[in-house]
Design a protein around this ligand. Structure first.
Ligand code: DQA
Length: 152
């Protein structure tokens, strides 16, 4: 079973771009951290990054189909700036009925007003905000706990 982790625009520059906000960890380190978290639950990791909105839509549709086939658990999504702009991402997640945890490295609610609204949040299973890159591991754990409850 696969857990998907998709990253949106500019996250290829993680560790270089605004380190005072996003830290010095690079995206390859985030992938390694996610691989460890996924393996801890016996899951395969499919980790990707794109700067293109439509590519994220294609990937969300692909991930949703894999969930329907019973081959995947769900998605951890840091849609980055598209979080705040993209009705297309909202519709893709909703349409795919894809269990999705929204992640932001920074606390978007403590930043500029335009980062306070998310098109992803209304269709997310949960949200992890402001825990730095550790949020990705928390999101994987949270997704597993939500979909495979360990207690009643
Ligand atoms: C971000 C927050 C967004 O507002 C911003 O556009 C990003 C990264 C985060 O992880 O904190 O690119 O999603």
């Amino acid at each position: 079973t696969t857990v998907y982790v998709f990253n949106g625009p500019n996250l290829n520059l993680l560790g270089v771009r605004k380190p005072e906000v996003y830290g010095t960890t690079v995206l390859a380190d985030v992938e390694a951290l996610c691989a460890t978290a996924a393996a801890g639950h016996g899951l395969e990791l499919d980790f990707r990054q794109t700067n293109h909105e439509g590519t994220l839509v294609d990937w969300i549709q692909e991930a949703g189909a894999a969930v329907v086939r019973g081959e995947a658990l769900g998605l951890v999504l840091n849609a980055a700036a598209y979080t705040h702009t993209s009705v297309a991402l909202h519709d893709a997640i909703e349409g795919a009925q894809l269990p999705t945890v929204e992640v932001h490295i920074s606390n978007v609610h403590g930043r500029e007003e335009f980062r306070h609204h998310s098109y992803v949040s209304p269709v997310a299973a949960g949200i992890v905000v402001g825990f730095g890159v550790d949020g990705y591991a928390l999101a994987i754990d949270g997704l597993v706990r939500k979909l495979r409850p360990v207690r009643s």
